[in-house]
Design a protein around this ligand. Structure first.
Ligand code: MSP
Length: 481
């Protein structure tokens, strides 16, 4: 059976993971779990992006050792930066473990195996005639690790990082991106390379139709990177290095799964994935990914999440407050996946109490208590039915819609209890058949809820199924005040 290959972006190790990173990785985990439950062989790749000036500066500034940097020799510098990337990369692994995210491979771009594959890939592209030497003169934002045009700036600054950009003039190697515009347009328009949602697809198409320029794929003054095999005075541009992780990872793991089936990304990195990435693959005569799935960005209480505003939320904080599955639920349910949305801590507690503690937790308690009290004999189904609507919604990347559908089942079941009043049926001998029917139906509905929740809230799904088996009610989600 062919494997479904799903990827997340690889995260910069300049800072510890926050819930923005968790959002993409969690969505990928839910998709992978969903396909696995359906019996499809699935491979989930994630990892960390560890080269470039941005990471180098973060490592220099770490632990207020900036003043010592000047005295370090090359070897010391690299050792210290590597230690820093090891530490932050491990923090990403810890965060994914905490959130019960199950990946098949975690790639790090400082892995020498990746570095070697990147070099070989670029040699191939150069031999195919798509790489040439030149001089780059222009602007560069280290925060974005991106070449900028004057009209990308607002008041002379990068609008994302609100900082002045660098002016650079250096000898570099260029990639003939301009040669691939028409091919990429055809691939996107024909659906061979799908981009979800449609607005993002249109955005990319109009960008490419505006004309593509060749891009610099090396830097001459960035030491912390992969040296170009044919010109060791240069290192590979960090975005080219990073995008190639999707190609190197399967080779490193000995998996014949390339190209990716689904690549999840945030809207900020769409152009890299929809333009540079396919062009590099076309230049190397390799197959293209099948689909890019792009999500929006979320703000915290109406403000952009950033280190300087001090409103960054770490995955551990959410898990401490709401538990693993509480955090998973809240991250994916608060707004539609494709769009932007606001993540308000106040709304989180309300949503947690209403949906998880009340609708779901109380339902399970009520049904189990009624079954026990009335000594109803019910056997668990060997293969409980999943809610079909949820599968459809998930495969359309409608994570919040799929969750809403499952929680609607719970709220319907609560309405059914209030309507059927099993406690009244229990008082009438003539109604014992009806009582059993009502409670059996509620029991089966809980089974469906549990199995449908499995990709989203794996621990809770197991707990519900276990409690349905033992009929011993235990609180799922303690109410928050
Ligand atoms: N290293 C590059 C990606 C290379 S992929 C070949 C990068 N890293 S990043 O750490 O800055 O961000 C990666 C991703 O994190 C974003 O594309 C997005 O998926 C996610 N998010 C970061 N902040 C976010 C929000 N505030 N909201 C939602 N997602 C966010 O870019």
């Amino acid at each position: 059976m062919t494997k479904r290959f799903i990827t997340t972006p690889i995260y910069y190790v300049n800072d510890s993971p926050h819930i923005g990173h968790a959002y993409t990785t969690l969505a990928a985990d839910v998709l992978a779990r969903h396909y696995r439950t359906k019996g499809a062989d699935t491979y989930l790749l994630t990892g960390t992006d560890e080269h470039g000036a941005k990471i180098f500066h973060a490592a220099e500034n770490f632990g207020s050792r900036k003043s010592e940097v000047g005295s370090w020799n090359q070897n010391e510098k690299f050792k210290i930066v590597q230690e820093f990337t090891d530490k932050i990369s491990q923090e990403f692994k810890n965060a994914w473990k905490l959130l019960d995210i199950r990946y098949d491979q975690f790639i790090r771009t400082t892995d020498p195996k990746h570095e070697k594959i990147v070099g070989e890939f670029l040699v191939k592209v150069k031999e195919a005639g798509y790489i040439y030497e030149g001089e780059y003169e222009g602007l560069y934002c280290v925060g974005c690790e991106e070449y900028k045009k004057a009209d990308d700036l607002v008041s002379g600054e990068c609008p994302i990082h609100k900082k002045p950009v660098e002016k650079i003039k250096e000898k570099v190697w260029f990639f003939k991106l301009s040669a691939f515009g028409d091919q990429i347009i055809n691939l996107i328009e024909s659906g061979a390379l799908k981009i979800f949602p449609a607005e993002r697809r249109n955005e990319v198409l109009s960008f490419i139709k505006g004309g593509l320029e060749d891009i610099a794929i090396s830097r001459s003054k960035v030491e912390w990177g992969i040296p170009l095999p044919w010109d060791k005075s240069q290192t590979v541009y960090v975005w080219v290095d990073a995008l190639l992780n999707y190609y190197s990872a399967p080779i490193i793991a000995g998996q014949e799964i390339f190209p990716p089936d689904i690549q999840l990304i945030g809207k900020d990195i769409l152009r890299f994935h929809a333009v540079i990435w396919p062009a590099l693959l076309l230049a190397a005569d390799l197959p293209l990914p099948k689909q890019l799935v792009v999500h929006g960005f979320f703000t915290i209480d109406g403000r952009k999440m950033s280190k300087s505003l001090g409103n960054t939320i770490r995955p551990a904080e959410l898990v401490d407050q709401f538990g693993v599955d509480g955090a998973r639920y809240l991250l994916l349910s608060q707004f539609p996946f494709g769009g932007d949305g606001d993540f308000s801590l106040e709304k989180l507690t309300t949503a947690y109490n209403a949906r998880l503690a009340n609708d779901l937790g109380n339902l399970l308690q009520r049904v189990l208590v009624l079954i026990n009290k009335n000594k109803i004999n019910i056997q668990p189904s060997p293969t409980p039915l999943r809610c079909a609507g949820v599968d459809v919604l998930l495969e359309q990347f409608n994570f919040d819609g799929a969750l809403a559908e499952i929680f609607q089942l719970a709220s319907n079941a609560n309405v059914e209890i209030d309507h059927e009043k099993p406690w009244k049926l229990a008082q009438l001998k003539t109604q014992s058949g009806k009582l059993k029917t009502v409670l059996t139906s509620l029991y089966c509905q809980l089974e469906t809820i549990a199995v449908s929740l499995a990709p989203f809230l794996p621990g809770t799904s197991e707990k519900i199924l276990a409690q349905l088996k033992t009929l011993k009610p235990e609180p799922l989600f303690p109410k928050k005040v």
